[in-house]
Design a protein around this ligand. Structure first.
Ligand code: WT7
Length: 633
């Protein structure tokens, strides 16, 4: 953990953005203060009532169990399945004929699926998985882009009680292999190729590399995105269509315990090894409730979250939450500014999107092209805007508010994490907003900013953001590593969940997130560990040591810079810089771009030989070095 900053934090944004009378009139939660207070008084009752908004096969006997803390349990004894709440419950109701997914490809092709069609596809695929001998509890890795089959695969796994683990398609073969090995996945689902910015990505080829010699993978299921002209290994590989075509279009949904695992999602921590965050079926309760209230969900609307299903945002709020609410979700294979910066605005107009949920890095990129792009399109369908992934700077916030929302849409700056599963600090649409603040904890959530000893810091002072009490959509453990779960989240400040973020609270109780306090960088909202990048760099044969820091970047929020010591006798040159960049790409994938590499003779270290990234960073940014008594040299 880094030392607490002692400087007073400026509370620069005082202006309140109040909801219009129209927003207030229609908001699900009008009396937000009263709702907050009621949930605060009895959080268990709040979550108990929230759980009742979903369908269960059998009710729970106990709402919350902390007898084995921090391995908390929720809705103990309850029987459910999240896939039932996404699909089964709609079949035979008017929702079955509603559009569940609108999908657009990178090239601009369109596909639509109703709930009925989605359910059929999920059942067929679930039967296909069973045909391949996938059983309850088995792990299924999914390496796909943002295509309908990703959602179908996730739901099919949930339906039969298998545990899905989606690996973002921007990860390298190496990173995919590491994740598959850690969870010992039995099945890998991928596509022949993928598309991005007009380029073709050899997905299957990459998967073949990732699983060569794998002890666990028994079958690879390949979705044909482009004819399926890829080598297939006999008895191991099968095309998605060949597997599903002959399967029956109904499939019973497995009755799960609310504490049974639903998925594993790997995320970066402070060591080179990613953490397998485990979420359970009961996670549906918090995901549903937050979506309903924060996005103010109404029946017939279209919602677009521009994230990728490979991240938690995609799991909770592209796939599970929209389907549990029976609304239309947009899935998009491409990127919002390709082929031109108006792609996103064009799509909003075309699909009459009502709710747009995106990331600050994208807002800043779109802002840099100028408002002439959004101004060309009719964006009047927009009712609500969302932001997630990193702090949104007030300038970007105001641009988003003015030029996208035309001053009529409230901005939901939702703070949460892979581990939290659901929005944690977030406005409700009826609340007054401040540009750049994620506002207040969601009802039922108790957050605080504290010092190293867990003591609340005064108003306006920076400190560690913690969550004081458990919540239903929290991670249950780290796969195969319960010690790391306890250590990372619960032991550093005993009794509280440590988020890894720094924040401060203003006089109105509004939270301002300042960024990570640990050795994790957010590049364009993507989370990556300094140690992961360092370990990739030192795998290059000419490198002796490396220290990586995050630096402010005008569009990406943060970018990475590496300080590299070469082996004795190796001379620094541009060719080496490119080679090291290639090594990082092949170890981690295109998500871990390092913008700058500087060759150095020495790195600041502690007496025990640990690189002091804090000192490197302060030096680079010309800031005060802080306490350097630990420096060896
Ligand atoms: C980290 C979690 C949760 C979905 C996407 C990221 C940062 C996330 C915000 C926000 C300021 C934010 C934090 C957090 N973060 N949302 N609204 N304001 N910071 O999930 O990859 O697990 O990253 O993202 O630093 O700890 P993730």
């Amino acid at each position: 953990m880094s030392k607490l900053g002692t400087t007073e934090v400026l509370l620069n944004e005082k202006k309140l953005y109040k909801p219009s009378a129209k927003i207030l009139k229609n908001a699900k939660v009008k009396q937000w203060k009263a709702v907050q207070a009621k949930a605060k008084k009895d959080p268990l009752k709040f979550w108990d009532d929230s759980a009742k908004e979903l369908e269960w096969y059998a009710p729970w006997k106990q709402t919350f169990d902390d007898s084995n803390a921090p391995f908390f349990k929720w809705f103990v004894g309850g029987k459910c399945n999240i896939a039932h709440n996404c699909l089964d419950r709609w079949i035979g109701t008017p929702v079955e004929n509603k559009t569940a997914i609108i999908w657009e490809s990178d090239a601009g092709n369109k596909r639509k699926m109703t709930y009925k069609e989605l359910n059929r596809a999920v059942c067929k695929f679930a039967n296909g998985l069973k045909f391949l001998k996938v059983k309850k509890g088995d792990r299924v890795a999914i390496y796909l882009q943002n295509i309908p089959e990703t959602a179908i695969a996730m739901l099919a796994c949930a339906k039969i009680g298998a545990v899905h683990s989606v690996v973002y398609a921007g990860f390298s073969a190496n990173a995919l292999r590491e994740r598959i090995d850690d969870q010992r996945a039995k099945i890998l689902i991928t596509s022949d190729v993928g598309h991005r910015r007009g380029k073709v990505i050899a997905m299957k080829e990459l998967c073949d590399k990732a699983i060569s010699g794998s002890q666990s993978i028994q079958h690879v299921i390949v979705v044909r995105q482009d004819g399926g002209h890829v080598p297939m290994k006999i008895n191991r590989d099968i095309f998605y269509d060949a597997l599903t075509d002959t399967q029956p279009s109904t499939c019973p949904t497995e009755v799960m315990d609310s504490e049974d695992p639903l998925f594993i999602l790997y995320t970066s921590g402070t060591t080179a090894k990613p953490k397998g965050v485990v979420h359970v079926h009961g996670y549906m309760v918090g995901v549903h409730k937050t979506f309903q209230w924060v996005m103010d969900i109404r029946g017939d609307e279209t919602y677009w979250c521009t994230a990728d299903p490979g991240w938690i945002t995609g799991h909770s709020y592209i796939v599970y939450a929209p389907f549990m609410s029976g609304i239309t979700t947009v899935m998009f294979e491409g990127v919002p500014d390709f082929p031109k910066p108006d792609r996103i605005w064009k799509m909003i107009e075309k699909y009459e999107v009502n709710i747009l949920y995106t990331a600050p890095t994208l807002v800043r990129a779109l802002m840099s092209y100028g408002e002439k792009w959004p101004d060309k399109y009719k964006l009047k369908s927009l009712r609500l805007l969302g932001s997630v992934g990193e702090p949104i700077n007030p300038e970007a916030w105001r641009w988003y508010y003015k030029h996208v929302g035309k001053g009529k849409c409230q901005i939901m700056d939702t703070w949460w994490q892979t581990e939290t599963g659901m929005f944690m600090i977030t406005p409700l649409p009826s609340m007054p907003l401040k540009a750049g603040s994620a506002t207040l904890p969601f009802p039922g959530i108790e957050a605080a900013v504290v010092d190293e000893n867990g003591k609340k810091v005064p108003v306006g002072k920076g400190g560690f953001l913690v969550i004081k009490t458990p919540w239903p959509s929290m991670l249950r453990t780290l796969f195969n590593n319960p010690e790391r779960y306890v250590d990372t989240y619960w032991n550093k400040i005993p009794g509280y969940y440590l988020t890894g973020d720094m924040a401060h609270v203003d006089k109105d109780g509004y939270f301002w997130i300042q960024g990570r306090s640990d050795d994790v960088i957010k590049i364009a909202g993507h989370r990556i560990g300094n140690a992961e990048i360092e370990s990739a760099i030192v795998s290059h044969k000419s490198v002796a040591e490396a220290g990586v820091i995050g630096k402010p970047h005008p569009i990406k929020g943060q970018c990475a810079k590496a300080f590299v010591i070469l082996n004795r006798g190796v001379n620094p040159n541009d060719k080496l810089v490119n080679e090291i960049k290639r090594t990082i790409r092949s170890k981690l994938g295109p998500i871990a771009v390092v913008d700058e590499i500087e060759f150095v003779e020495k790195l600041p270290k502690t007496r025990s030989g640990k690189i002091m990234r804090r000192v490197l960073k302060a030096q680079e940014l010309g800031e005060d070095l802080g306490d350097t008594s630990g420096l060896a040299d």
